[in-house]
Design a protein around this ligand. Structure first.
Ligand SMILES: *[C@@H]1O[C@H](CO)[C@@H](O)[C@H](O)[C@H]1NC(C)=O
Ligand SMILES: *[C@@H]1O[C@H](CO)[C@@H](O)[C@H](O)[C@H]1NC(C)=O
Ligand SMILES: *[C@@H]1O[C@H](CO)[C@@H](O)[C@H](O)[C@H]1NC(C)=O
Length: 378
């Protein structure tokens, strides 16, 4: 009996992660800050599914908000575009710069009523918030990263969301929170960790100044942050909700944007570690944060022919079991307490370097967003 119950619980807990979704992130606005409408989302989803050479079908999407830009609480038109293209949806609830998520919930309820099962069958989960605890942290504040959220407030929003979907077709979707990797070992955030079904992590080795953030070392930096996250979340599924390497823009310490480096990162992080192995939302198909001078899009103007060959190699330049990266694999066994002690040195930077766009209609809370980026590892 006990075994059966345990297995059932395990199946429930891991069911959401059992499918290794492939997708991109998409905000509610374009690079000129105007609203995205259905046609914009349709163009993105069609390109994503038809990328030449892709190592799988990019038929999932991560949103930052349920709310259509220019409206108070209308459902984002990405939902209709997703229905027409059979795109799986990781919902986002914008949770900073507000004392309630009523409009987010209202927009979602309208969508459930309007589209029914066509919509709800596509929903694979929800993130309540995006990097709110990073922006709220000492470093986020020092970096002018924008308005964040205290963990107790975020916890309230998570509970509000769960209550709102009781008795609806979305009642059993896994509820998570997306944040930068260093947020998860921080004991002050533990109530949020305890409240979620899955953990979303954003990782950008490119921004890790002072940590040998060369492209050659990026896979090792990625693995150390990822392994640290996995080691502190108590077995909860970890989804990689943002990662990528810019093709253009200024150098960031030893991090150099280029198409060749974006290809190296795709191969040695995406292909080696993520695609088909864990739910992954790459950053990004299209740039939409005008404040960020680094451009992360893997293709020009939604062309299905990307800047570089997306085909995955069969062998990788980075090979953790045989090289200097032995330190990377050893961090997999790091205990929560030791990792939290090593995880908190942060490198300051300007807020404009953050790549994430966001979904909020309140652009001040949005454009200043993000980032994992400035987090150093040791
Ligand atoms: C929609 O996509 C899912 C995989 O995400 C697939 O199993 C299903 O068959 C597709 N449905 C249609 C109508 O193509
Ligand atoms: C740890 O988390 C708390 C609550 O989110 C935050 O106030 C604090 O700044 C974080 N600590 C560090 C070192 O970032
Ligand atoms: C940076 O990392 C690369 C790849 O692991 C390595 O070859 C190089 O020696 C490192 N440089 C420094 C200064 O540690």
């Amino acid at each position: 009996m006990r075994t059966t119950t345990t297995l059932a619980a395990a199946a429930l807990a891991t069911g959401a992660a059992a499918q290794n979704y492939l997708g991109f992130n998409t905000g509610s606005t374009l690079a000129d800050r105007s609203a995205k409408f259905k046609a914009d989302f349709l163009a993105e989803f069609n390109t994503a599914q038809n990328l030449v050479g892709a190592p799988g079908t990019f038929n999932a999407v991560r949103l930052y908000t349920n709310i259509q830009a220019y409206s108070t609480d209308d459902p984002i038109e990405a939902f209709e575009a997703a229905i027409e293209t059979n795109t799986s949806i990781l919902l986002g609830v914008w949770a900073s710069g507000t004392d309630n998520i009523d409009n987010e919930i209202s927009a979602l309820q309208k969508a459930v009523t309007k589209y029914g099962k066509d919509f709800t069958d596509l929903v694979i989960g929800v993130s309540v918030g995006s990097e709110d605890l990073y922006r709220n942290s000492v470093t986020g504040v020092a970096n002018g990263a924008g308005i964040g959220t205290q963990p107790d407030v975020l916890l309230g929003f998570i509970n509000d969301f769960k209550k709102a979907v009781v008795g609806t077709a979305l009642a059993s979707i896994p509820v998570g929170h997306v944040d930068t990797w260093d947020v998860w070992p921080n004991a002050t955030n533990k109530a949020v960790l305890d409240a979620v079904d899955w953990v979303g992590v954003d990782e950008y080795p490119y921004y890790e100044s002072g940590k040998n953030n060369t492209i050659e070392n990026a896979p090792a930096l990625f693995d150390r942050a990822y392994d640290t996250t996995v080691s502190v979340v108590g077995g909860k599924p970890v989804w990689v909700t943002e990662t990528g390497w810019p093709t253009t823009g200024p150098n960031w310490d030893l991090g150099v944007p280029s198409v060749a480096n974006a290809k190296y990162y795709w191969d040695n992080v995406g292909c080696r570690k993520l695609f088909g192995k864990t739910p992954t939302f790459w950053y990004n198909l299209r740039d939409s944060n005008p404040d960020n001078t680094m451009k992360f899009a893997i293709t020009n103007q939604l062309s299905t022919k990307p800047y570089f060959d997306l085909t995955c190699p069969t062998t990788f330049d980075y090979n953790p079991s045989s090289t200097a990266s032995s330190s990377a694999s050893s961090t997999g066994t790091t205990t929560p307490s030791s990792s939290s002690s090593t995880a908190t040195t942060l490198v300051s930077t300007a807020s404009t370097a953050s790549p994430s766009g966001s979904g909020s209609r309140t652009s001040s809370a949005v454009t200043a967003s993000s980032t994992a980026l400035f987090v150093s590892l040791l």
